[in-house]
Design a protein around this ligand. Sequence first.
Ligand SMILES: C[S@@+](CC[C@H](N)C(=O)[O-])C[C@H]1O[C@@H](n2cnc3c(N)ncnc32)[C@H](O)[C@@H]1O
Length: 195
Amino acid sequence: MNKMLGLSAYLGLYDRWAERRLGQVHDTLIELAAPRGNTEILDVGCGTGMLSCRLAEIADGSVVNGVDISPCMIRIAQKRGKRHCPKAQFQVGTAVRLLYSGGQFDLVCSCLLFHLLEDSDKERALREVFRVLRPGGKYVCAEFEEYPVRFWGGELARYPGDLIGAVGFDMHTKVAGPSITRNRPVVYRVMLKPE
Ligand SMILES: C[S@@+](CC[C@H](N)C(=O)[O-])C[C@H]1O[C@@H](n2cnc3c(N)ncnc32)[C@H](O)[C@@H]1O
């Protein structure tokens, strides 16, 4: 699956798809995230860096880190960063073992990452987001609504919605958005790490 995404990134197809389909999802995510200036922000599963760069533009003086498992995606994100947002930094890495220190970030975002993770990795990834957030920090997650069929070998029926309390986030808001592909509504969750 990631190889497919990496290849489409390499061919420039992913960015064209993302520009058409994801702009609106990023708009909603940014609205819920309400990024502030002079903070540290992490975009997990950042892809080609579209969302990271928008966050860097809006949150003046903030440092935005984007991490993605695909070297192809990161190469494109780095090019985008050099051209448009020098305040964004991009690294190859996995969501299930983030390369950052505990309590480093004020805000973490992810857009359409979780459905690509193995079920066994979903809780680990959510725990990693919790670890790298500072107390009082915010996590905004945009993901497809639970989808009760197998898809690219991954079970989408298990969504980390159930895990939010278990991991330690003490509040979440759920906002339903429109589908970006047929029958697949996107849901936005805002979670706060307790002070
Ligand atoms: C559908 S794309 C969305 C990209 C980006 N968030 C956006 O909104 O444009 C999902 C991204 O998650 C990345 N990804 C998948 N598994 C990952 C993992 N374990 N750790 C980090 N990134 C991962 C993929 O390489 C891909 O770039």
